[in-house]
Every structure is written in C-alpha cells, then in structure tokens.
Design a protein. Structure first.
Length: 134
C-alpha cells in the first residue's frame, strides 16, 4: 500500500523539508502552497494524512480544516496542524475542529516522522476510525 501525505504550507522551504523527511519513512508526499490547492488535492488524491499550517494567505488553515471535516470525502483523514501559533486557544480550537495533533514550529523532524508513522502505519488513527481511504 502506498501511503500518501498532503503537506500544506505557504513556506516552500518547509514544504521541501517535510517532504524529504516523510519520504525517508516511505511516504509519498503531495504538497500544496495554499488552502484552495489543499482542498482540491485532498479530494482528488485522498491522502492518508494531512499536515496543515494555519497562517496562509487567502484561505487560512482554520477554514481548510473546517471544510475538510465538513466533507464526506475527507472528514476521516487525520490532520496534524503544523503552525507557529503557540497560544492555547489556537491549539484548543484546532483540536475541537477535528485535528488530531497540534505541533508548533519549530518542531523536531524526528517527532514529526514518529507521529506520522504512528497515525498511518500502526493503525493508531483517531481521525479515520479504522477506515481505509476511499
């Protein structure tokens, strides 16, 4: 089974860094520099996991998260928030909206790889409720 991750961030360097590190653990990485592109790719490609920034121009990560969780096609995909927003209210808002993990930047790449492995390879996936991608 090919595991696919969608990484959403307007920072091209961060996209590349995460892509390189997830590829090391056998994950095919799709990248989106905007919220609109993220929604399009999530629907078309059905990734196994999404890593999502909050602060992006145009559509922010909150709105992307809201739309992903409102759609039958994408609601079960686990979402890790990767953000520079360190406030407890931001963390709580994202978790209440359906994100399964909230990681603040800068983050440790090893921790990110381990979290992705746990969520997509071990079956410890609260976002998908045991369902395979459609």
């Amino acid at each position: 089974m090919e595991v696919r991750a969608l990484v959403v961030d307007d920072d091209q360097l961060l996209l590349r860094l995460v892509e390189i590190n997830l590829t090391k653990i056998g994950v095919k990485v799709l990248t989106a520099p905007s919220g609109r592109e993220a929604l399009r790719l999530a629907s078309a490609e059905r990734p196994h996991i999404i890593l999502l920034d909050i602060m992006m121009p145009g559509m922010d990560g909150y709105e992307v998260l809201r739309q992903l969780k409102a759609s039958d096609e994408t609601r079960d995909i686990p979402i890790i928030m990767l953000t520079a927003k360190t406030g407890m209210e931001d963390r709580e808002k994202c978790l209440e909206m359906g994100a399964v993990v909230y990681m603040t930047k800068p983050f440790k790449l090893e921790e990110l790889r381990e979290m992705v492995k746990r969520l997509v390879f071990s079956g410890d996936n609260p976002g998908r409720n045991g369902r395979p991608p459609r």
